[in-house]
Design a protein around this ligand. Structure first.
Ligand SMILES: Nc1ncnc2c1ncn2[C@@H]1O[C@H](COP(=O)(O)OP(=O)(O)OP(=O)(O)O)[C@@H](O)[C@H]1O
Length: 266
């Protein structure tokens, strides 16, 4: 199934809107009436203390959870109960807080799995590697090789990802998300567990993805230096509610944010 494309959206327009979203797990209110927008081409950070509802929000955006109330509008279309695979086909890609790769498979093959949603020939033709399926596979491999070059991971293309240091695994995971050619890329703590050098590399790649491909990025990150350097705008959650929203300089000065988050060690 191909998601409808919706209207043409130019840089600066709203590409994704979160409108009054609430989410509850039994008695636990993970999100309460949260609204914010993401503009095409921007890097949007979602921050907040542990348990504030950040991952729950990403899970609502990519269809992993369905909001109890409220709606998500993507490219002008109000979404119903969209599944993650439909969100991905529609242009919403994602990485996870804990690396979710196939550890025994090579870098190349892991990134190739990101192309699966783009494959139009069915399994029968792919298994035969014949005719149109062959041509399609050649094209997918070309895209994957371009991503490998872009992320500067040529040297590990055949290495099983389970053998790679954590920072490189995160980079491969970014590669797999890029293989979907997403319009909006959701990154859940892309720098978590990395040393300074790895963080600097990942920051550079995120900026390059944003600038070279025009990909809109929404990211959750605990490192405040990274958030303030990378993002165009920041939305702040606390106890599942939005407490601030604005450019980094504004958010940094906001008393509620200082009290809730910036004053606390992370
Ligand atoms: N599947 C679930 N079942 C029950 N409660 C959940 C579930 N997922 C999240 N929660 C609860 O919802 C609240 C928000 O959690 P969430 O993981 O979204 O926060 P977070 O801001 O991403 O936290 P962290 O920074 O620690 O990753 C928490 O109270 C959490 O315990």
């Amino acid at each position: 199934m191909r998601a409808p494309d919706g209207p043409i959206i130019v840089p600066g327009d709203t590409i994704l809107a979160v409108e009054g979203v609430s989410l509850a797990f039994g008695g636990v209110k993970a999100l309460t009436d949260v609204s914010f927008d993401i503009r095409k081409g921007e890097i949007r950070a979602i921050i907040g203390p542990n348990g504030a509802g950040k991952t729950s929000m990403l899970n609502c955006i990519n269809g992993f959870y369905h909001p109890t109330q409220g709606a998500i509008t993507f490219k002008g279309l109000r979404r119903g109960k969209m599944r993650p695979s439909e969100a991905a086909r529609g242009g919403i890609g994602r990485t996870f807080q804990n690396v979710a790769l196939f550890k025994g498979m090579s870098t190349l093959d892991n990134i190739m799995t990101g192309r699966s949603l783009k494959m139009t020939r069915n399994f029968f033709w792919q298994a035969l590697r014949f005719g149109p399926a062959m041509a399609e596979e050649v094209e997918h491999r070309r895209v994957v090789e371009d991503i490998i070059d872009f992320l500067e991971i040529q040297a590990i293309r055949k290495t099983p990802v389970g053998k790679l240091p954590y920072g490189l695994q995160k980079r491969v995971e970014l590669g797999r998300a890029l293989a979907m050619e997403p319009e909006v890329l959701l990154l859940d703590e892309p720098m978590a567990g990395m040393n300074l050098e790895e963080k600097e590399d990942m920051c550079r790649f995120i900026l390059d993805v944003n600038q070279q491909f025009g990909t809109t990025i929404a990211l959750i990150e605990h490192d405040m230096g990274v958030v303030m350097d990378l993002s165009d705008r920041v939305v702040v959650l606390e106890y599942g509610m939005k407490i601030a929203d604005g450019v980094p300089a504004e958010v940094k000065r906001d008393e509620k944010v200082i009290a809730a988050y910036l004053g606390q060690p992370h």
